[in-house]
Design a protein around this ligand. Structure first.
Ligand SMILES: [Zn+2]
Length: 428
């Protein structure tokens, strides 16, 4: 496909401003970028996309998502998940292995890659499990999983409980040059709770999940990462203590990176309106003090990137009551508008700050060679209408999941067009 995208507003980091550009796509590659001040190019033989008045960015990258296939197709399929991602402006997503069966063999890595190819142009990067069946008892065949296309190892959904198992996993991953991506959770401290220890559970007479159930693993694992030299990436950081431990590890030269989700930047347990499972996710919404800490951690570089932890469930599953309902909320279709509206439009962050944490930084943290709007780069592009205002309406989501605490929020900055590898992945 040969395309001219005309008059898109591209963020210039040096000038800290948007500048109108014409971008030419040839096949899968960004072929050329011109200043709009040079006038309109000759578009003969090209499709033309008018991006005037809109943001044109490198496609968003989400390094933590759940596509649910195989095994939970009633929650999501790779086809519906990638469609939802494209609508949210994402052109690359990395999917977690906690499917049924889990992605713990080379065949299952290839299954995800094949299904993703069938589904469309959004890049799907599979993680493989650290332990067989994610049971924490025996390591998977890391070398064979890498060979099949796994980009890293994680038991996301559960923590690796055994320190020796985690240390062996890190040493092996380090020898293969791939990261260990950790869902940090100490099972013995969970109390079987649905929400975090804090004001909300006190009010409802419930047990709470304490902060240290997450942070104790961050502490343990940053020490193991120091000992093994692995690239250790912390999933969905949610506590003040985790931020403090990651900051300390970075100061000591440990190869640690970290991610945070929009909901942990925007909501605390005190925002939970009642016993509604659409507010139940793992890690849970923590205290306002924790929210402040993860925001500051992102701002000072302790936390590197933003991910959604997109985790669709059926309405029936979420209606089982807060004790029995599964953890998780959807994220693709609300991530950018939420963060743009609450952090950029309010003046706290520059647009460039947000874009960097959703494009260039995730690409660089994981060595993907993506995330830049430059000639010669893959044509992964997103157009966003920064002025468009709309309410979050779960009934209109492309994901099968309707499980979001953000229903009814009035937000600005909606993606309207997405291209991945030179092919249109979604258009309003
Ligand atoms: Zn997780």
């Amino acid at each position: 496909m040969k395309v001219w995208i005309l008059n898109g507003n591209v963020w210039n980091d040096r000038r800290q401003a948007l500048e109108p550009k014409h971008v030419r796509v040839d096949g899968e590659i960004i072929a050329e970028i011109r200043d709009a001040s040079e006038g309109l190019p000759d578009t003969a033989g090209h499709e033309v996309v008018d991006a005037a008045g809109r943001l044109l960015s490198a496609g968003f990258i989400d390094m933590h998502v759940h596509l649910r296939e195989p095994g939970y197709e009633h929650k999501e399929t790779i086809a519906t998940g990638t469609a939802s991602a494209a609508r949210g402006g994402f052109t690359t997503i990395a999917c977690m292995p906690n499917t049924k069966p889990p992605t713990d063999t080379p065949e299952r890595v290839r299954y995800v890659l094949d299904k993703a190819k069938e589904a469309g142009p959004v890049r799907v990067l599979p993680y493989a499990a650290i332990t067989k069946s994610q049971l924490g008892r025996e390591l998977t065949d890391f070398a064979a999983l890498k060979e099949a296309g796994a980009i890293g190892f994680t038991d996301d959904g559960v923590g690796v409980q055994n320190a020796k198992m985690m240390k062996d996993a890190m040493a092996l991953a380090a020898s293969l040059g791939l990261p260990i991506v950790a869902h940090c959770e100490e099972d013995t401290l969970l109390e079987g709770a649905a929400f975090s220890e804090g004001e909300f559970v006190k009010r409802h007479g419930l047990k709470g999940i304490p902060n240290e159930s997450e942070s104790i693993h961050v502490g343990r694992d940053t020490l193991l990462a120091e000992a093994t030299g692995v690239h250790y990436h912390v999933c969905h950081v949610s506590t003040e203590q985790s931020v403090r431990l990651i900051r300390l590890a970075k100061q000591h030269g440990v190869r640690v990176t970290a991610e945070v989700c929009p909901h942990h930047l925007l909501l605390s347990d005190e925002d939970i309106p009642g016993l509604d499972a659409n507010w139940k996710m793992n890690p849970p919404l923590r205290s306002p003090r924790d929210v402040k800490a993860v925001i500051e951690g992102l701002e000072d570089g302790t936390i590197d990137i933003i991910v959604t932890d997109h985790a669709p469930h059926s309405e029936e599953e979420k209606a089982r009551g807060v004790d029995k309902a599964p953890f998780g909320i959807v994220g693709f279709e609300t991530a950018f508008p939420l963060l743009y509206t609450k952090f950029v439009a309010t003046g706290r962050w520059s647009l460039g700050f947000l874009l960097e944490r959703m494009t260039r930084k995730p690409a660089d943290v994981f060595g993907l060679g993506l995330g830049r709007l430059e000639p010669g780069q893959p044509a992964d592009l997103t157009i966003v209408d920064l002025e468009k205002e709309a309410e979050v309406d779960p009934a209109k989501f492309l994901t099968k999941g309707r499980n979001t605490p953000f229903a009814g929020w009035k937000l600005k900055g909606w993606p309207v067009w997405t291209m991945a590898a030179g092919r249109v992945a979604w258009s309003e």
